[in-house]
Write a protein that binds this ligand. Structure first.
Ligand code: 0O2
Length: 221
C-alpha cells in the first residue's frame, strides 16, 4: 500500500544520501590532515576555510527536471555529480593547485574529472578549480564509490562568485547587461589582486629563504 511504499522510498533515499554524507566526512578529514601537515611543513596555513554541503532533495529533483532526466537512484548517481560538495577557499593562487595535487595523488581517491575555470574562466568571469573525486565508503554490508565535487578557489574568487550567485538568483538568471559588464570588470580586478598577493607571497618566501641561508652561513663560520 501507499504508506508502505512511501516508507520504503524514504528509507532508501535516506540510505542513499547517507553515503554522500560519509564521503563528505571522509574528504573533510583528508583536507583537515593536509591543512595541519601544510601548516607544520611550510609554517603557514594555505586553507582559509572549508565549507561542505549536501544538495537538498528539492535541488536534486530540480536539476533532474532541468536536464530532462528520469527520477531514479541510478539516474541521480550517474548525472548529478554535486550531491556532495566541498568548497575550499585558499589564500593564494598557487595553493589551489598544490591542494588539488595533494588530493588527486591519494591512493584511495579516483579523479573523475577536472575543470579548470581558472585557466579557462567562464564567459561571465567565473573562476574556480572544480574536481569531481570518487572515494570509497565502507558500510556494514558494502563498499560504495561515492562522488564528491570539490571547488577550490581563492578568497577573491569566492567573494566574486558569491556576489554573482546572489545577483543571478535575484534576476532569475536574466542579469541586466550593465551588471554583467560590471561583474566582468570586478572579476578582472579580483584576478589582479590575486596576482599581486601571489607576487608578495613569493617575495616574502624568498626573503625568508635568504635570511635563513645567511643565518646558516653565520653558524657555519
Ligand atoms: P549551486 O547553487 O552552487 O549548487 P552541472 O550543472 O553541475 O550538472 P556543470 O555545469 O558542468 O554541470 O557544472 P560546473 O560548471 O562544474 O559548475 C557546477 C557548480 O559550480 C555550480 O553548481 C556552482 O556552484 C559553480 N558555478 C559554476 N558556474 C558558476 C558561475 O558562473 N557563477 C557562480 N557563482 N558559480 C558557478 P550549481 O548546482 O549550478 O549551483
Amino acid at each position: 500500500n501507499l504508506k508502505n511504499d512511501l516508507k520504503y522510498w524514504k528509507d532508501e533515499f535516506t540510505r542513499f544520501m547517507m553515503s554522500y554524507k560519509f564521503a563528505l566526512d571522509e574528504l573533510n578529514t583528508k583536507i583537515d590532515i593536509l591543512k595541519q601537515e601544510f601548516q607544520y611543513m611550510h609554517e603557514y596555513n594555505p586553507i582559509e576555510h572549508v565549507k561542505s554541503r549536501l544538495k537538498s532533495p528539492e535541488s536534486i529533483l530540480k536539476k533532474l527536471n532541468k536536464k530532462g532526466l528520469e527520477i531514479s537512484f541510478s539516474s541521480i548517481k550517474e548525472n548529478i555529480k554535486d550531491i556532495a560538495g566541498i568548497r575550499i577557499t585558499c589564500s593564494f593562487l598557487s595553493d589551489i593547485y598544490e591542494i588539488a595535487e595533494m588530493l588527486q595523488k591519494q591512493q584511495d581517491i579516483k579523479v573523475v574529472s577536472v575543470k579548470d575555470y581558472i585557466k579557462n574562466p567562464k564567459e561571465n568571469g567565473y573562476k574556480s578549480l572544480h574536481l569531481i573525486l570518487q572515494i570509497p565508503v565502507f558500510m556494514s554490508d558494502r563498499v560504495e564509490d561515492v562522488g564528491v565535487e570539490v571547488q577550490i578557489r581563492t578568497i577573491a574568487m569566492d567573494f566574486w562568485a558569491s556576489l554573482e550567485h546572489k545577483i543571478y538568483y535575484k534576476y532569475n538568471g536574466k542579469v541586466p547587461e550593465t551588471l554583467v559588464n560590471e561583474l566582468k570588470t570586478a572579476a578582472y580586478t579580483a584576478n589582479s589582486l590575486d596576482r599581486k598577493m601571489e607576487a608578495i607571497h613569493k617575495e616574502m618566501a624568498l626573503i625568508k629563504e635568504t635570511n635563513s641561508n645567511e643565518d646558516q652561513l653565520k653558524i657555519d663560520e
